[in-house]
Design a protein around this ligand. Structure first.
Ligand code: NAD
Length: 176
């Protein structure tokens, strides 16, 4: 039987820590499902990138890392306004899986209560490989480029990500 693991994140944006954790999970399972969560969100300071842009960034980053893409499924899933039914919402839209990997205690709790095996993956350089830090640096004109894979950087340039974030910061609330 094929053993599948799932990891769910907002990936705003995907960074080097995410790619490390994807590679690590792929050592433990046959196939990995990467769920691009909060798929309905985009163009805010907390969630600047569309689900489609995030899918593109993740698939290109995995290809760059020479991960066999036939072992990875990347699917966008929007949030639902009810935590108690969220797990069935996810399972209804995802390929079948057995193990849930998440550093997010709420995600682990919800899947555990639904009877899934849950695992906490290791964090890599969490202070820097952190979406909030990367978005903050982009807005403030600090160096952020080395925190994301080259392939993500290319997509960010293509979609003029810095310009978008700077514009959003003029109308949206401040990050910190
Ligand atoms: P995230 O993008 O912050 O992180 C995704 C995963 O990447 C985490 O599990 C974490 O373990 C890993 N990670 C982050 N930084 C890392 C690093 N430096 N090194 C290694 N690993 C690292 O996402 P999140 O906040 O956990 O996303 C959860 C998603 O699930 C969100 O989209 C949320 O809205 C959704 N959700 C929805 C509902 C609902 O709709 N009711 C309920 C719960 C969760």
């Amino acid at each position: 039987m094929v053993k599948r693991g799932i990891i769910i994140g907002r990936f705003q944006p995907p960074h080097r820590g995410h790619v490390e954790v994807f590679k690590q999970i792929l050592r433990e399972v046959d196939e990995l499902i990467v769920v691009v969560g909060s798929a309905q969100e985009s163009h805010t300071l907390e969630n600047p990138f569309t689900a489609g842009e995030r899918v593109l960034m993740i698939s290109k980053a995995l290809a760059e890392a020479r991960v066999d893409l036939s072992r990875v499924h990347i699917i966008p899933i929007p949030d639902v306004n009810n935590n108690a039914i969220w797990v069935s919402h996810v399972t209804s839209l995802s390929p079948p899986f057995e193990i849930v990997y998440s550093g997010n205690p709420l995600v682990r709790r919800l899947f555990k209560e639904a009877g899934f095996e849950t695992k906490t993956p290791p964090m890599f350089k969490r202070k820097e490989y952190w979406g909030t830090e990367i978005r903050d640096r982009m807005i403030r004109g600090k160096r952020w480029e080395e925190l994301v894979p080259e392939a993500v950087l290319e997509v960010m340039r293509e979609i003029k990500a810095v310009e978008r974030l700077k514009d959003l910061s003029k109308t949206d609330y401040l990050l910190r």
